[in-house]
Design a protein around this ligand. Structure first.
Ligand code: NAD
Ligand code: MG
Length: 417
């Protein structure tokens, strides 16, 4: 299917087969999550356009079996081997092939498909997504942690295999559309918007003491727990800057963030002649998902239509890195380069999981990530990861250091009283 060398969304030209004959074959990694469920909705709204080859989930056999049946998938794979028997029982008599375990996840990602929807949460998505990329598959990328953890290796693999990366993250998808095939040299700035999350107007003290329930209550988007916490800390925007850096091949100095509480404008491109193009839509992931699945064509969705007169006004403000230190730490990691984004991502995943389980406070997330970044720089452990294996080795050390850091200090924030 892939015939030309493509390594970034910015220089991408259509290489997918148009919708004239057979439906497109999709595999969904992370099918039971928020993006996975929205992808199922987009598929249901476009009858005859798509068939589903494989669905992959983490631990929930019941949710995966339901999704596999609903989508008529040929194969269903659970990452957790302990769920294998349950999945077999749930899918008995359906003819759907069943697998479980990390190797089965990679095998599922390598089954013949036109597009792989990469929607696993976190660096757990790196191995299967990279395997599909290396095999030349078109990837619709929601899983930003892949690029933060192993961006240089991913882009090098895409170049080698000729595989295409379609940005599904809403800001990057908007920028992909706003670019319109422009010459990268004419781009002065790429701007990602941030809603500001649930704590946009809160004081530093109130943010530091925030609870998991407060962090999960995002004003505009309904998402999985990890990305919701990242959105509350603005770490998500930092991860997205790093994602944009790799995806579009644009250096840190030309990347910026703008807080936009209404989440209508998702991304902007400022050109050397003073023109600015923007990607707009209501905050609903079904729009960027549909854009990726149909690309370079378009398919109808049922998402709410944009009525700017009804909205009346859109507002913008600068990001406050004093109240949201995670954004500053992520920007520093991006500017530092080499293995620092990998370290940032691994340490953040541990801290967010600890915060969600109630064992650390909100402010401990940024503090521990910064401490791990500094410690690994001092120890010379944040060198450039040239391969995915190198990146996963750095990620492993970052996680270990984050665990040690969080276990070895008293808790603070909401839980310290
Ligand atoms: P989620 O937590 O709702 O879903 C994650 C999915 O990954 C689930 O299906 C889960 O079972 C699966 N999974 C978890 N661990 C796994 C493992 N080890 N192996 C295989 N599967 C595993 O998360 P989400 O909100 O859907 O986000 C998924 C990805 O998309 C994240 O990287 C996120 O940053 C990105 N993203 C999400 C949104 C959104 O609106 N939800 C928007 C932009 C980008
Ligand atoms: Mg986003």
């Amino acid at each position: 299917m892939q015939t030309t060398q493509k390594n970034s969304a910015a220089d991408s030209a259509p290489t997918l087969t148009p919708f004239t004959g057979a439906p497109r074959r999709l595999t969904i990694l992370g099918a039971t999550g928020s993006i996975g469920r929205s992808t199922a909705d987009v598929i249901a709204a476009a009858p005859g356009r798509f068939v589903v080859e494989a669905v992959v989930g983490g631990r929930d056999a019941q949710a995966l079996a339901k999704m596999a049946i609903e989508l008529g998938a040929a194969c269903a794979v659970l990452a957790d081997p302990k769920g294998y028997q349950a999945l077999v029982a749930l899918l008995a008599g359906t003819g759907i092939e069943v697998g479980a375990g990390p190797e089965a996840v990679v095998e599922a990602a390598l089954r013949p498909a036109d597009i792989i929807v990469a929607a696993i949460s976190g660096a757990a998505g790196v191995a299967p997504t990279h395997a599909a990329l290396a095999a030349g598959r078109t990837i619709a990328l929601a899983n930003k942690e892949c690029l933060v953890c192993a961006g240089a290796a991913f882009m090098a693999t895409a170049k080698r295999s000729g595989a295409q990366l379609l940005p599904m993250d809403s800001e990057h998808n908007a920028i992909h559309q706003a670019l319109g095939g422009a010459d990268p040299a004419t781009i002065e700035k790429m701007i990602l918007t941030a809603s500001g999350g649930p704590f946009r107007t809160w004081t530093r003290e109130a943010i530091d003491a925030a609870t998991p329930a407060q962090a999960l209550a995002h004003p505009n988007w309904s998402m999985g727990p990890k990305i919701s916490v990242d959105s509350a800390s603005l770490m998500n925007k930092g991860l997205e800057l790093i994602e944009a850096h790799f995806l579009f091949g644009v250096e840190a100095a030309r990347l910026d963030v703008l807080v936009h509480p209404q989440s209508i404008v998702h991304g902007l491109v400022a050109f050397s002649d003073g023109a600015v193009t923007a990607g707009m839509a209501h905050p609903d992931m079904k729009t960027p998902i549909a854009h990726c699945l149909a690309w370079p064509e378009r398919i109808p969705t049922k998402v709410r239509r944009l009525d700017l007169a009804e909205l009346g006004s859109l507002t913008f403000e600068r990001a406050d890195t004093d109240r949201f230190p995670a954004l500053r730490i992520a920007m520093d990691a991006m500017r530092h380069g080499a293995g620092m984004p990998t370290v940032l991502n691994g340490a953040n995943e541990i801290a967010v999981a600890r915060f969600l389980s109630g064992s650390i406070g909100f402010r401990d997330i940024a503090r521990s990530v910064e401490a791990v970044c500094e410690a690994m720089e001092r120890a010379g452990e944040a060198g450039e990861p040239l391969s995915v294996d190198d990146a996963l080795a750095v990620d492993h050390i970052a996680r270990e250091r984050a665990r040690i850091h969080l276990d070895g200090r008293p808790h603070s924030g909401a839980l310290s009283g």
